[in-house]
Design a binder for this molecule. Sequence first.
Ligand SMILES: [Zn+2]
Length: 455
Amino acid sequence: MFLNTFSISEKTVRTALKKKMPSGTVETEKRGGRQDHLQEEDKQRRDKIKAHIDRFPRMESHYCRSKSTRDYLHSDLNQKKMYEMFLAECCVPEGLSASYTTYCDVLKSQNISFHNPKKDQCKICENFRKGDSEKKKELMCMYEQHNKEKYAVRKIKEQAKNNTESNVQVAVFDLQQVIYLPKSNDNQLFYKRRLSNYNFTIYELKSKNCHCYTWHEGQGKRGSSEIATCVRTYLENLNTAGIHEVILFADGCPGQNKNSIIATMLLHSVQNLGNIKRIKLLYFEAYHGQSEGDSAHSAISTAIERVGDLLVPSQLIPVFRLARRKNPYSVHTLQHSDFQDYKTLANHLRIRSVREDDQGHDVVWLDMREVMVQKTDRDKLFFKTSHQQESYRSITLKRKWLSALDCNMPSKLYSKPPKISKEKYDDLMSLCKAPLPMVRVAEYVSFFESLPHSS
Ligand SMILES: [Zn+2]
């Protein structure tokens, strides 16, 4: 247990014990620099390990960390598994053995992580916790504000959940971690770039109904317009059901959710969907989302784990649906032609060029904690920069650009399906051909073959 906890070899411990001095510390290294041929061997070994690590494709990082320089490997991988795979194919045949410690050392130097990036630490909390008393003093104000906001939005959510008016709908939305297909237990798959599948869930807090909007990268990316389209599709259903007011909660990380494109979609929706009179979108503090949708995501992940091999996206639909037996999730698949271009609409409205709000303050999109639109104010976007704020600030759009809201539907985002990379296409093909293909069913093979790709 000791060895496993520290991920060290028995030899490391034995050597340390042998060199233990009466004082309890380990005697210092007596050897001089390493001999040249040893150094050369060491370099070769490390290069070999690095080459092995490079064979693993990097995963798409979650939008929280789009600017991160860290690379992420598939979360099903770990150091031990990689080392075993390394031994199985790299070392033994060529006789250049490397210890687990060396392997881990090289891995560490590559700035790679297996962590689910979404579960990464909040920087504000982390800096505060790690800081000395001087630093803590400096950060105190920001940290306290962060905590207040964190609890304030949760409280608002709890209140909204208890709302009993039948024409008010309350929901949280979030994008699940990317699901890569084909999926199987074969370790070889870890070396392959695979097709990214997206699942955007909207979880209704009052009814506990959950809607999954799913597509794969051969139909759309996972940008703001794609997310906006999912929310819009949902709003259309609510409109048909006669809902008047919608209160939404979402992850506060800038990226897909927190931007002018989503706000534009809300503005367009409230003006074009007859029954809906008001829509609010509240953001959780970044990294402190408290979303019921997470339960749907973990139920789906578990269901995917249990089901065994999954090869093509269409196989995901029944798995998503039945991830919750009681009250199954509703699954909606999206095609490239479904996605609407809210970015162009935002440009037409000149929403991004508004620098100052009606109260004369600077407009900083990243600072917004709530966005609100209502039918009676066609030219206004209301917002709050704190959940503790009583009243809204507002942005008034110039009347001459407002006609952009008149078109019933924004233009299409894609005129044809987006392309996947050539490398990924080749990897997918290698799974369909090869001496022992993983994908054998003709229908599935032709699905992968027909994916548009760059050449
Ligand atoms: Zn925090």
